[in-house]
Structures are given as C-alpha cells and as structure tokens.
Design a protein around this ligand. Structure first.
Ligand code: MD3
Ligand code: FE
Length: 214
C-alpha cells in the first residue's frame, strides 16, 4: 500500500501503451556528459532537412550516429552507412549514449539492447512530425529508445491503425521513452514545437531515436 503511494507520487516509469514505457527525467543524471556529446556531433555533422519520397521537405533537421543513419530521398526512406551529403560514414555511437539506451531499455524489460543507429532530430519552433509508423528496421522485436532534449513537445501516440485517436504525451528535457512490444508498430508523431528558450539547447527541441536498424 505505502509502496503504491510512493510510486504514484514519484513515478520512475509510466506505462503508456502495450510495451511502451515513459521514464520521466531518466537522462538527467547523464546530461552533463550527454549534452556536450550531442552538441559536438551537431557541429561536426550539421543536421539537414531531408526530402520525403513524396517530394516534400521535412521541417525537422536530422543527423545520425552509429553504423547506420536514417536517410530519406526521392527513392524512399531507409538506412545508410554514410551521410548522403558528404558520402562519409556516420561517427560511432559514443559510450554515454549506448549505456543510456541499454539502461533505459533494461528498465522497461528489454535486456541487452545494443542500438546501431541514433537519429538526431532537431526541431526549431514550428517544426513537427506527422503521424507515421517506423517500418525501415529489420527486426521489430527490437525496441526503440527515444531521448528528449530542450524545448518541450507534445508527442502524439496512436495505435496500430492510422485512424486510432492519438493520446498526447507532454515530453520534457531529459525524458526517455522505450517503445517495444505491440507499441513498436504504433502510429506516432510530434505536434508543432512552440517557440521558447531552453537553458541547455537554446531555441530548439532535439530528439535522439536509438534503434537496432540492421
Ligand atoms: C513509437 N521521432 O524519428 S521519437 C522518428 O520526437 C520519430 O523526433 C519522433 O518518430 C521525435 O521516427 C518521436 C519517439 C518514437 C520513435 C519511434 C517510435 C516513438 C515511437 C516507433 C514506434 C512507436
Ligand atoms: Fe517515428
């Protein structure tokens, strides 16, 4: 009884759907090491707006780390070992990110998570991501771990059908969400990010999406 009360007052993990687990503030203890690493990466590998196969320019700017980076162009979506704008390999995943991903996945019940891809999405004010499913990976039994940095955003989390009404999840700086099981295939998106200033990232939201893509 007492334990339940304690858990409700200080939630460490919140189940938001079958297989999906929200870990508020989970990345905060590692932020002193995580943020310099992300910032350095974005300087060396500037994020760019990708073109969708349908010919639209995505509002979000993206960059990647790891053996495989997520890319999009007129030919389609997928993973590439090189940055298409330089033809150079993406840099390796740094230990602080690998460890954070493995610890978060473990806490959600997915042991031995070893991602080979970290997509870095940079949202300036007004940027959003429409409802979609992540279907470009080889093995859907592998979870996805996301880390939110900077300005808050409303994450839209639907179901297995596009018509399923999405629930809104207010994601903040340092929040981690692990998406596995049935939720791995659910539709999701991000509402337009509101303008603001965050003490760590400045005028943007940054999301790290860790996947075992290959
Ligand atoms: C739920 N990015 O890059 S991360 C994406 O905040 C993407 O930048 C969003 O969706 C962002 O594809 C959301 C959280 C996320 C990532 C993958 C999922 C949630 C997911 C896959 C299945 C279900
Ligand atoms: Fe996605």
């Amino acid at each position: 009884m007492t334990m339940d009360l304690f858990t409700e007052q200080r939630p460490h993990s919140i189940a938001i759907a079958e297989g999906a687990c929200w870990l508020p503030g989970f990345a905060l203890p590692e932020m002193h090491a995580l943020w310099p690493c992300v910032k350095h990466h974005l300087t060396a590998h500037p994020p760019q707006q990708m073109m969708t196969p349908m010919g639209y320019v995505m509002s979000v700017q993206t960059s990647s780390m790891g053996a495989l980076g997520w890319v999009s162009n007129a030919q389609g979506y997928g993973y590439s070992p090189v940055n298409p704008s330089t033809n150079v390999s993406w840099p390796p995943l740094p230990p602080v990110i690998l460890q954070l991903a493995a610890e978060a996945a473990g806490k959600a019940g997915y042991d031995q998570f070893v991602p080979d891809s970290c997509l870095i999405n940079v949202y300036a004010p007004g940027c959003k991501m429409g409802l979609h499913q992540d279907k470009d990976e080889q093995d859907f039994t592998q979870p996805i771990v996301s880390v939110s940095l900077g300005l808050p955003a409303t994450f839209l989390f639907g179901g297995s059908k596009r018509s399923d009404k999405p629930v809104k999840i207010p994601l903040q700086h340092g929040d981690v969400v692990v998406w596995g099981g049935a939720s791995r295939r659910f539709y999701h998106g991000v509402s337009s990010v509101k303008a603001g200033t965050h003490s760590v990232t400045g005028n943007c939201r940054i999301n790290l999406t860790l996947r075992k893509a290959g």
